[in-house]
Design a binder for this molecule. Structure first.
Ligand code: ZN
Length: 155
């Protein structure tokens, strides 16, 4: 990877890690879920507000954890707001591939802009122990969309 790009990615992660977007409680949330990554100590609670057509009207989270977990949750909320649950879940699958391998061979062109936004986290694939930090927010999102009420662990 070019050094300039690496620096830019690092800057995005630090910025989102220090000042996570949508870091608040949604008092009128339709769905909530908790996520836990015991390997690192990252914990979060996710709040979803759904539109009448099922789309994600608003999404927010609270919690504490390492910079990667907070930055990933912040970027996730920005990326899935306004999406239908199926699109959000497809993005989660693609992000998992990106985090584990550094690329996303199966990524469709339809969600290319969204995946572009998540690129700064692609570097975690070089640090296998941090992959779970990056994917925790997406596991928690799936748990909230499923409405299972179960705690999501980052597996
Ligand atoms: Zn972590």
């Amino acid at each position: 990877m070019f050094d300039d790009l690496r620096d830019l990615y690092q800057e995005v992660i630090l910025d989102h890690g220090r000042k996570p977007r949508n870091f608040r409680r949604l008092e009128d949330a339709d769905r909530t879920a908790r996520g836990d990554n015991p390997m690192c100590g990252d914990r979060m609670e996710l709040f979803l507000k759904l539109r009448e057509d099922g789309g994600i009207e608003d999404v927010a989270f609270q919690g504490r954890g390492c910079a990667i977990s907070m930055a990933s949750a912040s970027l996730m909320t920005e990326t899935v707001k306004g999406k239908q649950p199926a699109e959000a879940q497809a993005l989660g699958e693609q992000f998992r591939s990106l985090a584990m391998t550094g690329t996303c061979a199966e990524c469709g062109a339809s969600l290319a802009d969204e995946m572009e936004r998540l690129q700064p986290l692609s570097g975690v694939h070089e640090f296998p122990s941090r992959v779970k930090c990056a994917t925790l927010a997406w596991h928690t999102l799936n748990a909230a969309l499923d409405g299972s009420g179960k705690e999501a662990t980052s597996e």
